[in-house]
Design a protein around this ligand. Structure first.
Ligand code: ADP
Ligand code: MG
Length: 688
């Protein structure tokens, strides 16, 4: 197909420019078409102003002029800046390039015709333009006003806007002959969307702003729709022919567990328990995500679900990412469920020999009600008698495939409950976990002491570590978290190794410290965590590996070095390691940064302790890609849709995707499109 051909097929694209295209991730003619212009930066040549017509309002305006003069200058304070003077028949304007923008002027020379966008202010001698971009208009392109609305692309190397426009034009000509549609016909009709060809033409060379908007809307919808289709399609495939399990309404067993708890469920816990319980009572398989802050009481809810499945004569299991976490869950669940007559067992790679054989045999014989374990549960030798409920904790550590692998160990289609302590906004959850329904457990159980969060610059380090000493003298433990493992030449932040050395030779001499990071062997990590858990270590210097951590109620202090390097959601997750006991806990955010954005974010951390709110703020401030989410889940980055902004479209796309996937004929069509658009990537994500 023509769209698989390399860009070098096009006129004007030689080896050098091909290479530049590659830097933009554009290799084929198809890639060229899908390389959307920079959003909101089209140039409307039909509405170019004259210099006299520019209003002094500090807002973005666009005009055409000729370069008269380019100079490098010094301000009165001695700072360098560059100035391009331009003019037309109505007057002059001066375009300022400050600091790092100065290099931008190199591309220009006097007498060039340019189109300028920028903010217009009153200058001393002429109108002053800042935040400007200049575009050279070639003579051969004719009068600028005849050009209509032109796209502005991201550039690389020697590529110019003109190169890109010409390349796209050629690809569009090829597309006119043959371009398959990527959305089902009925959706295009029902939503009155432009065809793929028309939309591509208008996103590159819009004939009007209304057409441009319609094209953008189509591609936003298409992107979200296809992603949802992929996720739902995956879910439909998993269902296969196995039968779902219909649990009975809560009976004696569940009631007993509820009564034996030393506390009453909060209203939030009751709400999510109802959602889960209801799902389990349906013939349809449950696929539910339970989101809740660290300590919000998810484990108890999971225990109820496990009790319910056991009460119905089935087995349940819960998979967690680390050995210590598994043991901790095993203890908690034995406490809650064991007293009610249920048999809970543990399986990790450390359960060996005779004990292992015994556990495996009992599991197969149906003698074990609840199985707690790590990845070890995925091994083929682990066979359940009648598995009906699969719970995974700290979900972002497990891929979709691992969840599926565990579920495949059942002769039925087991109910699936996924728990995560990294709440993400509902819309993002739908995108990232598009195959799951979402429950949110907000707030914390009563009686918890809020963690005091403080924020200091590095000058205060000495005082902070004096504070650590005081806490340790009181018999408490502390975490010191660092953004990096090893010393870095490029980044001006302290690594865990560096901090560890420094502390053990300085502030914390004679204190029992240990180092923990992700490059250590699994066994060594476990040993260190275990020692910290037992209280044999006072200070744990670690990277973010402790995010998925154990409950150490005696740890009351956390210092986060270089805290500006973490996202809000991540800082919150880290902070959740303290404040688990009865003592007042503290989280100290250290930073060397003076950047206002960084300080704003840290300020938010001080005032907010709601993981859901922080996740939303994070999304606003840093975009979806940065959040725990897309990339960690291996999902493709969104190209045009913006999850916060396009929430309504996402919800609508999901409805259409559900309808599509429900119909096997349409499903096949969509599968072909998914293959085409996401190719290997999609297969890898969904393990197809
Ligand atoms: P999560 O799994 O969400 O991190 P847990 O289920 O481990 O949270 O609960 C954290 C702590 O709160 C546990 O010690 C648990 O016993 C306690 N807890 C849970 N629910 C309640 C409740 N409704 N009232 C009081 N304490 C609770
Ligand atoms: Mg938990």
């Amino acid at each position: 197909m023509w769209w698989h051909q390399p860009v070098s097929k096009l006129k004007g694209i030689g080896p050098k420019k091909s290479g530049d295209f590659q830097n933009l991730n554009v290799e084929t003619l198809g890639d060229i078409l899908n390389m959307y212009p920079r959003l909101n930066s089209y140039i409307d040549f039909s509405r170019l102003k004259k210099i006299r017509e520019l209003t002094i309002n500090n807002e973005q305006q666009i005009f055409a002029a000729t370069i008269i003069n380019i100079t490098d200058k010094f301000s009165q304070k001695g700072k360098r800046y560059a100035l391009i003077t331009v003019g037309d028949e109505t007057g002059f304007a001066e375009i300022y390039f400050f600091a790092h923008q100065r290099f931008l002027i190199k591309k220009f020379k006097p007498e060039q015709h340019v189109v300028i966008t920028g903010k217009v202010k009153a200058g001393r001698s002429a109108k002053m333009v800042t935040d400007a971009t200049l575009q050279v208009v070639e003579e051969s392109e004719g009068e600028p006003t005849g050009l209509g609305i032109l796209p502005v692309y991201n550039l690389s190397g020697s590529l110019t806007q003109r190169d890109l426009r010409r390349a796209v034009k050629q690809a569009l000509t090829l597309a006119k002959d043959f371009l398959p549609e990527s959305l089902p016909e009925w959706i295009i009709k029902q939503k009155q969307l432009p065809s793929r060809l028309e939309a591509l033409e208008n996103i590159h060379f819009p004939t009007s702003f209304a057409k441009l908007q319609a094209a953008k809307d189509r591609f936003i919808f298409e992107e979200l729709y296809l992603l949802q289709c992929g996720l739902l399609y995956y879910r439909s495939r998993v269902k296969k022919t196995k039968q779902g399990i219909k649990h009975a309404r809560d009976g004696e067993n569940v009631q007993k567990v509820l009564h034996s708890l030393p506390f009453k469920l909060t209203s939030e816990q009751q709400k999510v328990w109802q959602e889960i319980s209801f799902d389990m009572q349906e013939e349809k398989t449950m696929h539910r995500l339970l989101q809740g802050d660290v300590g919000s009481g998810k484990t108890v809810v999971a225990a109820l679900a496990l009790a319910k499945t056991a009460e119905n004569g089935f087995q349940g299991c819960i998979m967690v990412p680390t050995e210590i976490l598994a043991r901790q869950h095993y203890e908690t669940l034995t406490e809650i469920l064991g007293v009610n007559g249920l048999k809970v067992e543990l399986l990790t790679s450390n359960v060996k020999g005779k004990k292992r054989q015994e556990v495996l045999a009992q599991l197969l014989a149906g003698e074990i009600d609840i199985m707690v374990g790590t990845h070890a549960l995925l091994q083929d030798e682990v066979v359940f008698a009648n598995l009906a409920l699969v719970v995974t904790d700290e979900q972002h550590r497990f891929g979709v495939e691992q969840r599926a692998k565990l579920a495949s160990k059942s002769v039925y289609e087991p109910d699936v409950l996924v728990m995560t302590a990294t709440p993400i906004p509902r819309t993002l959850a739908l995108t990232v976990y598009g195959d799951l329904d979402v429950s949110a457990l907000k707030g914390l159980p009563p009686g918890r002491k809020p963690i005091t969060t403080l924020c200091y610059t590095n000058e205060k380090r000495q005082q902070i570590y004096a504070g650590v000493l005081r806490e340790i003298k009181k018999g408490r433990q502390a975490y010191v978290v660092c953004p990096l493992i090893e010393e870095s030449e490029v980044l001006d932040v302290k690594s865990a190794e560096e901090v560890y050395l420094e502390l053990t030779h300085g502030f914390l001499k004679n204190i029992r410290c240990a180092l923990l990071h992700g490059k250590m062997k699994e066994k060594d990590k476990e040993t260190v965590m275990e020692a910290f858990f037992r209280g044999a270590i006072d200070v744990l210097v670690a990277t973010t590996v402790i995010e998925v951590g154990v409950n150490v109620p005696n740890a009351t202090l956390m210092i986060i070095e270089g805290s500006e390097r973490f996202g809000l959601a991540q800082l919150h997750q880290l902070r959740g390691r303290v404040g688990r006991g009865n003592e007042q806990s503290y989280c100290v955010l250290l930073t060397a940064s003076e950047r206002p954005e960084a300080l704003t974010r840290l300020k938010i951390m001080r005032s907010c302790s709601d993981g859901f709110l922080l996740a939303e703020k994070d999304l606003e401030l840093r975009g979806a890609g940065q959040l725990f989410g897309m990339r960690q889940h291996g999902l493709p980055d969104l190209k045009i849709a913006d999850i916060l902004h396009d929430m309504d479209i996402l919800l609508e796309a999901r409805v259409f995707a559900k309808a599509t996937v429900a119909d096997s004929n349409q499903c096949q069509e969509v599968e072909a499109v998914l293959q085409n658009q996401f190719d290997e990537r999609f297969k890898r994500i969904f393990n197809l």
